[in-house]
Ligand binder design. Structure first.
Ligand SMILES: NC(=O)c1ccc[n+]([C@@H]2O[C@H](COP(=O)([O-])OP(=O)(O)OC[C@H]3O[C@@H](n4cnc5c(N)ncnc54)[C@H](OP(=O)(O)O)[C@@H]3O)[C@@H](O)[C@H]2O)c1
Length: 255
């Protein structure tokens, strides 16, 4: 039995891999940068004594989720956990965004995450495992300047909430994890630091809160990392639409 982790070559996904390995779980690691995955796998096999399978994949390829599931099945691996951490954002005004990059962002953040959640769900339920979808505080309200990214994360949160409700009686633990700004390669990939709203934290802070939630019988459906971010999330839910847009626009640099 193994935990499948997307986006395991960097940041939050790599952190989940380390923590699950510390707890003795075998792993399947995926991302595009195979050499990084191999280096992490070698380290975790040696230091934690767990089995780690590396299956590189580019999740912008619409066929990738099914191919990944087939590759896992071919190896006879039963899946007891799925962490969908692969994702990226783009810092730009919507009118200036590039069509191909928008399509790739939605494919990775939304479509691949959805298909992977669904294809592994029967096994996750059978094994009374865990499904963790990495959403974001960016999904707590619309986000001018990161419109597509924010909308993609709102989708991730609501999809995961619905899965949580549908699987409540099964023993599967389902969590939409919403970190705020976290020190990873995310901001470099997105092309701007200006929207790092509030204090950013290390990956370990995100993982500590995530595993504290996962150690509960029912961790979900949503956990937002950090008290300040939870207050921001509450504001996003209860404030009038124009006010929350004004505040969000100011927070990300005046878009
Ligand atoms: N850092 C933050 O402030 C923050 C806050 C809230 C939520 N998040 C979310 O946390 C998740 C992890 O991001 P991170 O902060 O850890 O950033 P990161 O260090 O940039 O990691 C992103 C991961 O996604 C993978 N990925 C990107 N495009 C991919 C593709 N086409 N196919 C397969 N894998 C792909 C990358 O692997 P390869 O490049 O090797 O393919 C990498 O492993 C994302 O969903 C992000 O939206 C981040």
């Amino acid at each position: 039995m193994a935990v499948v982790i997307t986006g395991a070559s960097s940041g939050i996904g790599a952190g989940f891999a380390r923590r699950f390995a510390e707890r003795g779980h075998d792993l399947v690691l995926t991302a595009r940068r195979a050499e990084r995955l191999e280096a992490l796998a070698t380290d975790l096999r040696a230091t934690r004594g767990v089995d780690v399978t590396v299956i590189p994949a580019d999740l912008t390829d619409p066929a990738a989720p099914a191919a990944l599931a087939a590759a896992v099945a071919e190896r006879g691996i039963r899946v007891t956990g799925l962490v969908n951490s692969a994702g990226f954002g783009t810092a730009a005004r919507f009118a200036d965004e590039d069509d191909a990059r928008i399509a790739a962002e939605l494919q990775v953040n939304v479509v691949a995450l959805t298909l992977l959640s669904r294809v592994f769900l029967p096994q996750l339920i059978e094994t009374r495992g865990v499904l963790v979808n990495i959403s974001s505080t960016a999904g707590h309200q619309p986000l001018p300047g990161l419109a597509v990214y924010g909308a993609s994360k709102t989708y991730v949160t609501t999809l995961t909430e619905a899965i949580w409700q549908e699987t409540r009686s099964t023993g599967l633990r389902v969590l939409a994890l919403c970190p705020g700004p976290t020190e990873t390669e995310f901001f470099e990939v997105a092309g701007s630091e200006t929207f790092k709203v509030g204090r950013s934290v290390g990956v370990d802070v995100v993982l500590d809160e995530a595993f504290a939630a996962l150690d509960r019988r029912d961790p979900g459906p949503v956990h937002t990392v950090g008290a300040g971010n939870r207050a921001q999330g509450l504001f996003g839910r209860i404030s009038p639409r124009r006010l929350r847009l004004w505040v969000a626009a100011r927070a990300v640099g005046g878009h």
